[in-house]
Design a protein around this ligand. Structure first.
Ligand code: COA
Length: 383
């Protein structure tokens, strides 16, 4: 092996600034995050998910008329291609729901004759389509696995309420029938909508930088988001909490995991080292959901795990830590938590794809070779 080493190699691109972006700003020094200049906690308290989606795309919050047009257009895409419906039903019920989402987006790309257009208006049209149809795909996938009838979308409802209605129906027990539940769910979508050059967004930008199409970029981004070190963490958080089961055992579980050098999902972040800016807002919604849905056990679990992790390592929770039990309290199956993240993050991904196309430079880093020195091929009988 070559003994060449260099201090220039930044494994994991740790600390590397790869490009400019005007979409969002992560400020680890102050644990804060802005979307197009607005603090995320301000947006969470005062805006709908659709307003935030519009903001990420257009750089400004919509007027009432712009929002009405945005909603009318977006909701007009709430109908699934017959081929996509039969494709979803043909997929194994054991398949991970993220694979179903990825396959659905890939299929959509095969049906768009203009798929290679890099025009921002086309990207936004695709974004509208994904925002309208991915909740339908997710709801259909949940219900087909349970042998339940599929529920049609309702064009009078917001993205959040429509999604909850299609998954849980509109009966009195459904979170779709409780405005406070709808709002807490919507807040999670706002918090998940965008986060600068995270792994999935960067994946989308790498694919876009080759002048490939938007469906390929989103398909790749879904693949990156699935990993447990990224979006997949919200599922692992809940699997862990369910496995621990008793909040009084949380501290022992954390200490045992750390003794065995295991990563504890829902903690730590590549950029934030003193806490994730999105956690206070998500934790507030989680606590409110718990108060309405007999979730004291999960609040105790949350607090005991957080305190044990803090005492031992000082590592703080990230957004996935409160989001996992919040989605559990809403009633979503655990392996659909990351697909919910997909639906929210379509906003950020498409905003970044437009930004990348508009000021493109092929993303192609270098590597420092550390393999064999150059040598000659020996004839096969002499190897
Ligand atoms: N559990 C246990 N140890 C952790 C940890 C976690 N969740 N997060 C970080 N650490 C440890 C690292 O192993 C490292 O230990 P070492 O110095 O002994 O090698 C140390 O803390 C510093 O790690 P850091 O450089 O801050 O981590 P990173 O930037 O390489 O990784 C993550 C960031 C997100 C990949 C990492 O924190 C992680 O794997 N978290 C769990 C997955 C998760 O929740 N992902 C969602 C992120 S929003």
């Amino acid at each position: 092996m070559s003994s060449t080493t260099t201090t220039d190699v930044r494994k994991g691109l740790y600390g590397v600034i790869a490009d400019y972006t005007a979409v969002s700003k992560v400020m680890p020094e102050t644990n804060s995050l802005t979307y197009r200049g607005y603090a995320v906690e301000d947006l969470v308290e005062n805006c709908s998910f659709e307003e935030v989606f519009y903001l990420l795309w257009h750089g400004e919050l919509p007027t009432a008329q712009q929002l009405a047009e945005f909603n009318e257009r977006g909701r007009s895409y709430r109908s699934l291609d017959a081929g996509l419906i039969s494709l979803i039903h043909s997929l194994p019920k054991e398949a991970h729901p993220m694979d179903v989402m990825r396959t659905a987006v890939s299929y959509m790309g095969t049906k768009d004759s203009e798929y290679f257009t890099t025009d921002s208006e086309h990207i936004r049209k695709v974004g509208h389509t994904l925002l309208a149809q991915l909740p339908m795909v997710l709801a259909m996938d949940i219900r087909r696995r349970k042998g339940l009838d599929i529920i049609a979308p309702d064009s009078s409802k917001s993205v959040a309420e429509n999604l909850l209605s299609m998954v849980f129906g509109t009966g009195p027990e459904s979170p779709a029938s409780n405005p406070a539940d709808v709002r807490d769910f919507e807040k999670s979508l706002i918090l998940y909508a965008e986060h600068s050059f995270n792994a999935s967004t960067f994946t989308a930008r790498v694919i876009t930088s080759t002048k490939s199409d938007v469906y390929s970029a989103i398909t790749g981004a879904i693949g990156a988001l699935k990993g447990p070190l990224h979006g997949g963490a919200n599922e692992f958080v809940m699997h862990t909490m369910l496995a621990i089961d008793d909040p009084n055992k949380a501290a022992a579980w954390i200490n045992n995991a750390l003794d065995n050098k295991n990563v504890v999902m829902g903690f730590g972040h590549r950029v934030y080292k003193r806490g994730d800016s999105r956690v206070p807002s998500m934790e507030k919604s989680f606590r409110e959901l718990a108060a309405r849905h007999d979730g004291e056990k999960w609040v105790a679990m949350y607090e005991n795990m957080r305190d044990a992790m803090d005492a031992r390592t000082g590592i703080k929770p990230n957004l996935d830590f409160p989001a996992g039990p919040a989605y559990h309290l809403l009633g979503f199956p655990v392996d659909f938590f990351t697909p919910l993240f997909v639906i929210a993050r379509v906003a950020g991904w498409t905003a970044h794809i437009v930004e990348q196309y508009e000021n493109n430079s092929l993303i192609r880093p270098l590597s420092e070779y550390n393999g064999e020195e150059q040598r000659e091929v020996a004839p096969i009988e002499k190897r």
